[in-house]
Ligand binder design. Structure first.
Ligand code: ADP
Ligand code: MG
Length: 349
């Protein structure tokens, strides 16, 4: 019996059975009306429970081979969104499709097969790698679970993956504590790649790393994307980091996307006051191009009782009566630029 279960099971879209191949640039992941509510507190003798509206109605599309960046302050629902798309958390409402297949309807074998297609890289490579497992075993785990290779073929495959992410063969038998933060994140990336995914949720993948190391890991993610035609949902609270890797960027605030555009368009022509506030905090090389500064007052309001109308209105210097009253819908204008703002709508088509 051969060690190799499928001749080119890894990295080849043709071997995936769950969803058909999707041409480059075509929609791969489509999310519609996604919501996640967490009931919290209470529960004692009928005392009212509260609800956290962590994701409050999100529509998005990730195309084959592209990076959609998700940016927003801590608590805006970015991680919950990513986890719901992968079904690491069950959404409360909405739909997720992958290559045209309904992800939320899958169970059993089909769901397991789908997990090969959709992987996650976590923020904290210290917490997400089992300290008692050797690097080789950590990277090989998915290959074993999905029965992709055994014995020498499995070992060769892991060596190949380590090389791909810039680690060396002799790292195979080492433990996570013997590595730097950047190297550990490379292990986390190799683990995600091991099963041959087409889509990766990268949740703050460089936020725990020294700034000097961040660019190396971001460049690695970009190179792997090109080589393997990967689609990324790239989550970060740091707009600079998101801009470095993303083709398009979606800005989240209190569980909703408030603005979305191709990265150059978003920088050239930010519309939503929240986006402009985030950009104001980013050093701009040419001071003539600095957008009007908006300083963010106060904290992100609670997603338990979000403000009426536009959730950003209590912090917005431009808020009008209608902003306190009516929820602004996300409307797309020219340049694939969508904005949810009464005062600064998307550029006209
Ligand atoms: P982000 O990744 O943007 O920081 P999260 O998705 O982690 O945001 O959280 C969004 C909101 O949902 C926050 O208010 C957070 O406290 C809440 N939340 C996240 N996970 C849970 C949970 N398991 N139970 C209750 N509330 C949660
Ligand atoms: Mg998060």
């Amino acid at each position: 019996m051969s060690d190799v279960v499928s001749p080119d099971a890894l990295g080849s879209a043709a071997s995936h059975v769950v969803a058909p191949p999707v041409p480059a640039g075509a929609p791969l992941v489509e999310v519609r009306g996604l919501r996640k509510d967490y009931p919290i507190g209470g529960g004692f003798l009928g005392r009212a429970r509260a609800t956290v509206h962590a994701v409050a109605g999100v529509d998005l599309t990730v195309r084959t081979g592209e990076t959609l960046g998700i940016v927003g302050e801590s608590g805006s629902g970015k991680s919950t969104l990513g986890r719901c798309i992968l079904r690491l958390t069950e959404p409360t409402a909405g739909s997720v499709s992958f290559g045209g297949r309904d992800v939320l309807a899958l169970s059993g074998r089909d769901l397991r097969a789908m997990r090969r297609e959709m992987q996650i890289v976590f923020q904290d490579p210290y917490a997400s790698l089992n300290p008692r497992m050797r690097i080789g075993a950590i990277v090989a785990e998915g290959i074993e679970i999905h029965g992709l290779a055994r014995g020498a073929a499995k070992r060769a495959r892991v060596h190949e993956l380590l090389e791909k992410v810039g680690l060396r063969p002799e790292h195979y038998d080492r433990y996570p504590h013997e590595f730097s933060g950047g190297q550990r994140q490379r292990v986390g990336i190799a683990r995600a790649l091991a099963v041959g995914p087409r889509f990766i949720v990268a949740d703050e993948p460089v936020s725990a790393l020294d700034v000097s190391i961040q660019a190396q890991v971001l460049n690695l993610l970009r190179r792997l994307q090109d080589e393997m035609h990967l689609a990324y949902l790239f989550i970060s609270h740091d707009l600079r980091v998101v801009a470095h890797v993303s083709h398009r960027v979606a800005v989240m605030y209190l569980g909703k996307i408030v603005e979305q555009a191709p990265v150059a368009e978003l920088y050239r022509n930010p519309r939503h006051p929240y986006t402009r506030a985030l950009l104001s905090a980013v050093p701009v090389p040419d001071p003539r191009r600095r957008p009007d500064r908006i300083r963010l007052g106060g904290d992100v309001p609670s997603p338990v009782n979000p403000p009426t109308g536009c959730a950003f209105h209590p912090r917005c210097p431009y808020a009008e009566d209608r902003c306190r009253r009516d929820v602004p819908p996300l409307i797309e204008g020219a340049e694939e630029h969508a904005v949810a703002c009464h005062v600064f709508p998307a550029p006209p088509r």
